[in-house]
Design a protein around this ligand. Sequence first.
Ligand SMILES: [Zn+2]
Length: 261
Amino acid sequence: MKFKVLGCSGSRQPGHSLTSYCINDTLLLDAGAVCGYLDIEGQERITHILISHANLDHTKDLLFMADNLAGAVLAGRKDPLRVCSQIRVLQSLKKHLFNNDIWPDFTAIPSVERPTLILDPLEFGVPFRLAGLNIVAFPVPHSSGSTGYALYGDNPEEHVVVTGDTGPNGGWTTFVNELPFPVKNLVVECSFPNDLEGLALTSDHLTPRLLRQKIERLDEKPVLYVTHLKALYTRQIQEELQRELAGYQYHLPRKGVVYNF
Ligand SMILES: [Zn+2]
């Protein structure tokens, strides 16, 4: 699986792009930083987007993608883009973004019969196939409907699990332990340093210490891809990760890096 990082920062500023991964050139996971990276042709190749949750740092470029793709849909050279997530997340996108107030309702443009976007609700725990991969959604504790995704090939050696934004509670480690293959690749967040644990807990995010406590509940010791660091605290978080993740192999992904999971 080709897993390209379009962005994975917890902050938006020069050199830092928000969360977005492009998988096998046709599937996106989150849309925080698509349009600054993929040109129109690249955007037209995308058939589906998995959304982890409705927060703007994971969805804002869905607005501009829809605007870019409407012409191709109207011309008949592209099928509608399917936006997949929990129903609660999709309702939020429709109500707060594609509401003909903040942005046009691209679920009815160019027409209701053939719109630019189709919202596809997902069920937790029910596998489906996209981009040649098996995908299962699982709940994570963050904003309403927040979802992580396990993506794996027919040979499950090819796999990655992406938690999305998550606090330390909830049972996603149990879900990961019960997958039918040992999880070796885990993309997980770490937004705040240890001394801001209160803020992390309030906002359902992780610190290096909370991350360590969480991953100790996993049966396997995956390679960690630690994302969503808040830019203001990047150096402190990195220093703390070195201590807290002793014994683990981990990477700090950057915009433009491609992993072959
Ligand atoms: Zn976020």
